[in-house]
Design a protein around this ligand. Structure first.
Ligand code: DAH
Length: 339
C-alpha cells in the first residue's frame, strides 16, 4: 500500500480549516451552527474525523509533523466554533451579560411632562407671541395702586372688599398689600414703564377667597392681554381673540361679545367662544379706559388700545374636556398622565 504523501495530508487539513472557518462564521442561527459543528467536528462522521483516519496511512517519518498539524487544525476549528457560539449569543458587548438580555425591550425610565396648566400657559404665550405679543411677568403680591386705583377701581368699590381679597397682615394700614386678584395689574406696571406702541400678554396666578367648586378655586390663573397702538378698534380686539382661539382650540372658533362693565375698559364686553357647538364664557375685554391711560401718564387723546383677560383654567378645561377644575390641583398622577 502506498503511503499518503504528507503534502496531500496537509493540503486536506488546510482546506478543511478554511471551509470550517467560512461555514462557522456564516452560520446565522443556532441550527446552522449545529449543522456546521456536526459536519466538521462530528464525532462519528465529521470531516475532521475522516482526515484523522488518513493519519494511519502516512509514512512513519511523516507522522510527528502530520500529527502536530492535525492537532493545530483541530484546536483552530474549536476556537472558531466557540467564537461563532459567542457571536450568536450576543457576545460580551451586545447580549447576555450577567443574566440580563440587553436585546430585550425592558423597562423604560418613565418620562415626566409639564403640568397641563403649564402646557396651556406656554401654548398661549407661543400663539400670542406669533401675533407680536411679548410675554411679561408681574408680582403676585400687589399694592392698592396696581391692583385697583390705576385700574379705576375706587376705594368704595365692592371689588376691594376685604371679604373678596387676600389682604396681607403686614403693617401698611394706609396701603395694605394683597395677593393680586387679577392680572390686569401687569397692564399698569408695563404702561408705567414703557411708551406705546405695546403688545404684551401676562400669564400668572391670581387669588380670591372663593369656595372651591367645579369652576372656582381660591387660586387660579389668568391671561392678560394689552395692545396700545394708534387706530385700534374693537374689531382688532375681536380679530386677535378669534385668531388666538382658533389656534388654541383648533378649527373655526366663533367669538361673541356681550355688553358688560369693567372699571378699566370702555366699552367693556364679556367674551364668549363657541367651539364644538357650545358657547363658553372665557373672560372680559374692552377698549382701555381713558382714566387708566391717564393714570399711567399717557395722553388719552393720542393713545388708544384694547385689553382682555381670560381664565387659563377655563380655556384649558375647554380644550382638554375637564369638567372640574379642582382636578388640575389634586396632583393625582392618573389624571395628570393623560396630558
Ligand atoms: N381683570 C378682569 C377679571 O379678573 C378680567 C378682564 C376684563 C381683564 C376686561 C381685562 C379686561 O383686561 O379688559 O375679571
Amino acid at each position: 500500500m502506498t503511503a499518503v504523501p504528507l503534502a496531500t495530508f496537509l493540503g486536506e487539513l488546510e482546506s478543511l480549516r478554511s471551509a470550517a472557518s467560512a461555514a462557522l462564521s456564516a452560520a446565522a442561527d443556532a441550527s446552522a451552527l449545529e449543522a456546521a459543528r456536526i459536519e466538521f467536528v462530528g464525532a462519528r462522521a465529521g470531516r475532521l474525523k475522516a482526515i484523522q483516519k488518513l493519519l494511519g496511512g502516512l509514512d512513519v517519518a511523516d507522522k510527528p509533523a502530520a500529527g502536530k498539524h492535525f492537532n493545530d487544525t483541530k484546536a483552530a476549528i474549536a476556537e472558531l466554533l466557540a467564537a461563532a457560539q459567542g457571536r450568536l449569543a450576543g457576545g460580551p458587548s451586545g447580549g447576555v451579560a450577567q443574566g440580563i438580555d440587553v436585546t430585550l425591550p425592558g423597562d423604560r425610565v418613565p418620562l415626566g411632562h409639564f403640568h397641563p396648566l403649564t402646557q396651556t400657559i406656554r401654548r398661549v404665550q407661543e400663539i400670542m407671541g406669533r401675533l407680536g405679543f411679548e410675554s411679561v411677568d408681574g408680582p403676585e403680591v400687589e399694592d392698592q395702586w396696581h391692583n385697583f386705583e390705576a385700574l379705576a377701581i375706587p376705594a368704595a368699590h365692592p371689588a376691594r372688599d376685604p371679604l373678596d381679597n387676600f389682604y396681607l397682615a403686614v403693617a401698611r394700614e394706609a396701603d395694605p398689600l394683597l395677593l393680586r386678584s387679577q392680572t390686569s395689574t401687569v397692564q399698569i406696571r408695563v404702561m408705567e414703564n414703557r411708551e406705546p406702541p405695546l403688545r404684551i400678554v401676562s400669564l400668572g396666578r391670581v387669588y380670591r377667597p372663593d369656595t372651591a367648586d367645579a369652576t372656582h378655586y381660591p387660586m387660579f390663573h389668568q391671561v392678560e392681554g394689552l395692545l396700545i397702538e394708534p387706530g385700534t378698534t374693537m374689531a382688532h380686539l375681536k380679530s386677535v381673540l378669534r385668531l388666538f382661539a382658533s389656534s388654541f382650540l383648533g378649527g373655526d372658533v366663533h367669538v361673541r361679545f356681550r355688553p358688560s362693565f369693567f372699571p378699566f375698559t370702555e366699552p367693556s364686553v364679556e367674551v364668549d367662544m363657541e367651539w364644538g357647538g357650545r358657547w363658553i364664557e372665557m373672560g372680559g375685554a374692552g377698549m382701555v379706559d381713558p382714566a387708566v391711560l391717564e393714570a399711567v401718564g399717557y395722553d388719552p387723546d393720542q393713545v388708544s388700545g384694547f385689553a382682555f383677560g381670560l381664565g387659563v383654567e377655563r380655556i384649558a378645561a375647554r380644550r382638554y374636556g375637564v369638567a372640574d377644575i379642582r382636578d388640575f390641583y389634586r396632583n393625582d398622577v392618573r389624571f395628570l398622565r393623560q396630558f
